[in-house]
Write a protein that binds this ligand. Structure first.
Ligand SMILES: Cc1ncc(COP(=O)(O)O)c(C=O)c1O
Length: 564
């Protein structure tokens, strides 16, 4: 009898445990975004199944089943633009061509500028090149002498204008020249940098690294060390550098086992944080406020017009507050990854801008005055790399070039300049300036009935396309022909430096409008009622199935080695 009771009790315990596990699993599933971006493993599996195929000459212009007359107009426009490129960017393109085959980065970025079905044809016709000769004000000059308005922002580094960084680098170098490249010991400017960054971040300790990726790695490693927990939480779509643990899914050959990717701005994510015991830290990239749950909007994924963006400051601030509460309650380390937005939104970064304090903050990009860097600031209790009571239990982190005197010199110049009155003035009305500019441009685009709009988080902008189309990615080439320089991700991310005057901005806005008008005249945005984002996606999916299972295709050339 007692034996039976014990067995029942045991079975009850096992059942309760299983039910609890199941509940946690369900909670986790509910906290994942329903897109592929929210399901890293599935995304990797899906990516491995996507076959290569590309449109031949005929299908390139009719991928949306446009009538022949429209295709002919597009072709004429495309060839005209290609001729402009060939003439205008000749020298720049020639040098690029010489090295294109042997520089991996270049091969990758030139292939992934547009959706892969169009990529080969585009690469053969548009040769613009990657070389630049000089920069000045808000412009860059290529090898052919073309002066282009810079909207690349050098991946976000360029907050104050290139001349500002040239000065930081030159004067910083002068300051540290006596010591030169001595590593291990610190140049005295490092003391100022440490003090100043701790003041700005409101945190206790600092470490210097060589890139934003490394600063993030160190933050997560320390969070794991101090909490004794394994998992990091990142939000769907957020970029935190290219280290494996923060980049699950497509792009990483390994599946990450200790990363939870949760829905951004969603109560289901908070439930997971409240209930799981294995979460060491939560990583927040405040840039996601512009497009929660969506990856950096590159033009290579512009299959249709599904890209959207909208920034709601109060809603995001409220979300961060809720995150703060749950992290504090559960002993989870809250990390703001401000590598991108730090010093762009406000002097005190995202913490100040959204009014929420983090346990750790990473900075990078702009903070070293134009030289490579990553910085981690944190509460003392999370930054310590050893335990007083267990001398062999350490959390290791080094890096040959950490605190390099030249980097510290340029950083010193950068931080000193932040303290000046004109700088504080610049920050004072920042949001208003950029929101007004974005609104004015949207009004113009709407008045001209052009299917292009912008959304912005301060000076970080994204272009989106309100009418269904397969050809939105072509806009980057019209913009380039209009004298605007974009990064390889194209129209998904325009980064303005804060030294753009009203007159310079007006010139850029004129060019954006005229580029859109030219693209519209060339009929890339031809539309018919049946053409919807859904119908476009269905069509592309069908093409993929055909390419995967058939050796010939109605679409044109099928040059995938996998298909042959
Ligand atoms: C938010 C964020 N974190 C980390 C990184 C990685 O920085 P880095 O490219 O310096 O390694 C980036 C780079 O874009 C970033 O935007």
């Amino acid at each position: 009898m007692t034996k039976t009771i014990i067995l029942y009790v045991l079975a009850g315990c096992v059942l309760a445990l299983l039910l609890r596990k199941l509940q946690m699993r369900l909670q986790l599933s509910r906290a994942k975004h329903r897109s592929l971006t929210g399901h890293s493993r599935m995304a990797r599996r899906f990516a491995s199944l996507v076959p290569f195929y590309e449109y031949d000459d005929a299908h390139f212009f009719r991928a949306d089943a446009a009538p022949d007359a429209v295709a002919a107009t597009r072709r004429a426009g495309f060839m005209r633009l290609a001729a402009v490129f060939a003439e205008r960017f000749k020298k720049t393109a020639e040098l690029t061509g010489e090295i294109a085959g042997s520089v991996s980065d270049l091969q990758f970025t030139s292939r992934y500028r547009v959706p892969f079905q169009f990529s080969g044809f585009v690469q053969r016709h548009f040769k613009a090149g990657v070389f630049l000769e000089s920069s000045s004000g808000v412009m860059v000059t290529d090898l052919d002498g073309n002066r282009l308005y810079d909207l690349t922002g050098s991946y976000g580094v360029n907050v104050f204008g290139y001349d500002f960084y040239k000065e930081c680098i030159e004067q910083g170098a002068q300051r540290v020249r006596g010591l030169g490249p001595v590593l291990g010991a610190y140049h005295p400017v490092t003391a100022y940098n440490a003090r100043r960054l701790l003041q700005i971040s409101g945190l206790d300790e600092i470490s210097f690294h060589m890139s934003g990726t490394e600063a993030v790695m160190q933050a997560v490693r320390l969070a794991r060390y101090h909490t004794g927990r394994t998992h990091l939480v990142r939000f769907c779509g957020a970029y935190h550098g290219w280290w494996g643990d923060v980049q699950p899914g497509v792009g990483n050959p390994l599946a990450t086992r200790e990363t939870y990717t949760l829905k951004d701005m969603d109560a289901a994510a908070l439930r997971v944080l409240r209930n799981r015991r294995d979460i060491a830290c939560v990583l927040v990239n405040p840039l996601q406020a512009l497009h929660p749950n969506v990856s950096a909007p590159g033009d290579s994924t512009l299959i249709d017009s599904g890209r959207t963006a909208h920034f709601a400051r109060a809603a995001y601030a409220a979300w961060l507050e809720r995150l703060r509460e749950v992290c504090s309650a559960r002993g989870i380390v809250l990390i703001f990854d401000e590598v991108f937005v730090g010093f762009r939104l406000g002097l005190g970064g995202a913490q100040e801008y959204f009014g929420v304090r983090a346990d750790m903050v990473t900075y990078g990009k702009t903070v070293a005055g134009g030289l490579p860097v990553g910085v981690l600031c944190g509460l003392g209790k999370f930054m310590r790399r050893f335990r007083e009571d267990r001398p062999a239990d350490i959390c290791f982190a080094r890096g040959t070039f950490n605190s390099h005197p030249y980097v510290m010199g340029a950083m010193h110049e950068f931080l000193q300049r932040l303290d000046t009155v004109p700088m504080r003035e610049l920050y004072r009305d920042l949001d208003n300036v950029w929101n007004t500019r974005a609104q004015a441009l949207n009004d113009r685009l709407a008045a001209a009935q052009l299917p292009v709009r912008v959304a912005n988080l301060s000076s970080i902008w994204t272009i989106f396309y309100p009418s269904p189309s397969r050809y939105n990615w072509m806009f980057q080439y019209y913009l380039r022909a209009a004298g605007i320089s974009l990064s390889w991700v194209g129209t998904g991310r325009l980064i303005f430096s804060l030294n753009y005057t009203d007159a310079e901005f007006a010139e850029v806005a004129d060019r954006i409008v005229s580029a859109a008008r030219a693209m519209q005249q060339d009929e890339w945005w031809w539309a018919e009622p049946q053409l919807t984002n859904k119908s476009i996606r269905r069509r592309v999916f069908k093409e993929m199935l055909q390419a995967r299972w058939a050796s010939t295709s109605p679409m044109g050339s099928m040059s995938s080695p996998r298909i042959k």
